[in-house]
Design a protein around this ligand. Sequence first.
Ligand code: RIB
Ligand code: CA
Length: 313
Amino acid sequence: MTAPRKIIIDTDPGQDDAVAILLALASPDLEVLGITAVAGNVPLQLTARNARVVCELAGRPDIRVFAGCDRPMTRKLVTAEYVHGKTGLDGITLPDPTMPLQDQSAVDFIIDTLRALPEGAVTLCPLGPLTNIATAFARAPDIIPRVAEIVLMGGAYFEVGNVTPAAEFNIYVDPEAAQIVFRSGVPLVVMPLDVTHKVLTTRPRVEAFRALGTRVGHAVASWTDFFERYDMAKYGSQGAPLHDPCVIAYLLRPDLFQGRHVNVEIETQSDLTRGMTVADWWRVTDRPANAMLMGSVDAEGFYTLLTDRIARL
Ligand code: RIB
Ligand code: CA
């Protein structure tokens, strides 16, 4: 077996972030070097708490969790309690974490880790606004060529936005950060709503989590029962998109996803289209391709992988 892939998960838990973290911790193919919390779905104090709640649920109090930026680089924080609930992990009440938050800031952890490990050794997996990543890049540009790849959940193109008609939440919250990341030159794999809206938490899929008969399976089913209500009402769909686990699933089974290597730029000037991911899907410009923008996924294969791995916890 090849050595586990070293990753840093940057996250704003959020029920779907929580499922992504569980998938990573259940997979020996991955070595989670640390989890860096960022303000997004709920404020930083809660995302830093929730990340530790998930680690303890997975029986992994050894995982180092770091607190990062508590607001976007230049804008006011926009949160999403209307989707995730007041705690960010509504759906089930889990005990407050006893594992400590690391003293080091998330941004310093990202910088130090990339400097300490060989070039190309670390993959960054952002699941929320890109504030921590962009702040690290701005503070220490020398780390940028050291990043192996960034596999992120964010953006929307054919599926259009979920927080405005033009923008997906993670990019909308901090468009300036997203612009830094998308212009960094680091190889990007992007999981936009175009893909995440094809992995819906249908009843059989949620019941499969519950049928595991484990604490983790029960928590995942309870989270999805809560998390899906907003999107099902909004889209009239048979379930909600399970966005963030697509990032980790890609690391484990890239063959589940298909996309196109194109140029993606971020709108930062207009109020109307702030945070839009403008993808040159038909290559009508000479802007260089900077992102593998995913467009389709084997949803059954995704849920089989997810359920099989969650069963191990
Ligand atoms: O738009 C969906 C994204 O925003 C997901 O990452 C969800 O957790 C929220 O952060
Ligand atoms: Ca998220």
